[in-house]
Design a protein around this ligand. Structure first.
Ligand code: FAD
Length: 334
């Protein structure tokens, strides 16, 4: 591991000042970043721990009139166990419960989970200089790509790994960010980008920007909204999503003899693209119709239309189709 300096400021202004130094990097729980340091995929000059910050709102879950507010330093364990999250945002509680295992969830934070780096084995290998690490080539493109993207165009085909991100995007969450490149609230969906020749970054945040809070709007009519997070894994625990689905539907009440119709629909896929992937055509296919078997079939087909599998990952198309159907069936009103 390369030598680095370490700072643990208590004031946000001090952290932001330190983060502007060349080669500085924010450190939260360290469950991702420290593994990157050991593998030399990141070699910062200065680690700025955000764990000492005393800023209000950075830790814990609370609500105001419009939002459930989640501090970026809230651990995944706190998140999954919090009564507000379990009661008002069950999609998010379900997603948090599937992350890694309890040891990681006790230490890993919400901000770190949203900003973690990809798990591609070429990227994570200390001796491979893949495109994402500044090299010439994405070795997964012609190599071992069974866990890689089936959607999106980018020179890097690694998939976005966070379970929280699809769930939060399905919930229309915003991130409150402070820093020199991004300041204010932005839709979480806008946080992510596919890396390209212009920039190999996977988010719009610069190295000195910090997520402070996640704001999840409270549904105005909660009884009409149903949601679920489903994740296909290689084993039942300690496994990133092979494919995941965060689905949230609102229902217009039906009258006698008339079935409830879907009002708004959100379907966000994980494990299939370099960023959380909105299945917009599937959402459109659901809006305005009752949630019948035919509507579910149509939406599942729309969710995989346009997929571009590589040599070893065509199975993800069938897996996505099946997971979308399972998710939607679980949302049928009683
Ligand atoms: C064995 C294992 C299994 C895992 N399985 C899963 C899984 O199934 N699903 C899943 O979603 N994740 C999984 N993870 C990833 C895990 O959830 C993340 O490592 C963890 O959430 C990162 O949080 P952290 O606080 O430790 O972040 P750190 O490691 O401290 O930081 C990660 C990155 O986020 C940046 N960062 C941290 N906080 C902020 C902030 N507030 N604002 C801006 N940038 C910030 C850091 O600079 C760094 O780049 C797994 C990890 C391991 C080690």
């Amino acid at each position: 591991m390369k030598r680095f300096r370490y700072a643990r400021p208590e004031r946000l202004e001090a952290a932001l000042r330190l983060l502007r130094e060349p080669g500085a990097k924010a450190l939260a729980g360290g469950t991702d970043l420290l593994t990157e340091l050991k593998a030399r995929t990141q070699e910062p000059e200065l680690l700025v721990s955000v764990q000492g910050l005393q800023e209000p709102g950075l830790r814990g879950v609370r609500e105001d009139e419009r939002f459930v507010r989640i501090g970026a330093l809230t651990t995944l364990r706190e998140l999954e166990a919090h009564p507000l999250v379990r009661d008002k945002l069950p999609i998010l509680a379900q997603a948090a419960q599937t992350v890694a295992m309890p040891q990681i969830r006790h230490v890993g934070t919400v901000g770190g989970n949203l900003m973690q780096q990809v798990r591609c084995w070429y990227y994570r290998h200390p001796f491979v200089r893949c495109w994402l690490k500044g090299g010439e080539e994405c070795y997964a493109e012609e190599g071992l790509n069974h866990r890689h993207a089936i959607f999106g165009t980018s020179p890097c085909i690694a998939v976005h790994p966070s379970d929280l991100a699809p769930a939060l995007i399905a919930l229309d969450a915003q991130a409150r960010v402070v820093g020199p490149d991004v300041e204010g609230e932005l839709a979480l969906e806008e946080l992510y980008r596919l890396p390209d020749e212009r920039s190999r970054a996977r988010t719009v945040l610069g190295p000195a920007d910090l997520i402070l809070e996640i704001l999840v709007p409270k549904p105005s009519e909660p009884t009409r909204v149903r949601g679920v997070y489903l994740k296909a894994m290689e084993r039942a625990t300690w496994s990133f999503a092979v494919v995941s689905v965060a689905a949230r539907l609102s229902f217009e009440p039906g009258s006698e003899g008339v079935r409830a119709r879907v009002g708004d629909a959100r379907l966000v896929l994980g494990g299939v693209a370099g960023k959380p992937w909105r299945a917009r055509d599937a959402e459109a296919a659901l809006r305005g119709s009752p949630l019948t078997d035919e509507a579910i079939e149509r939406a599942a087909e729309a969710a995989v239309a346009g997929a571009q599998p590589r040599a070893h990952n065509a199975y993800k198309i069938e897996l996505t189709r099946a997971l979308v159907k399972r998710a939607l069936r679980s949302l049928l009103p009683p």
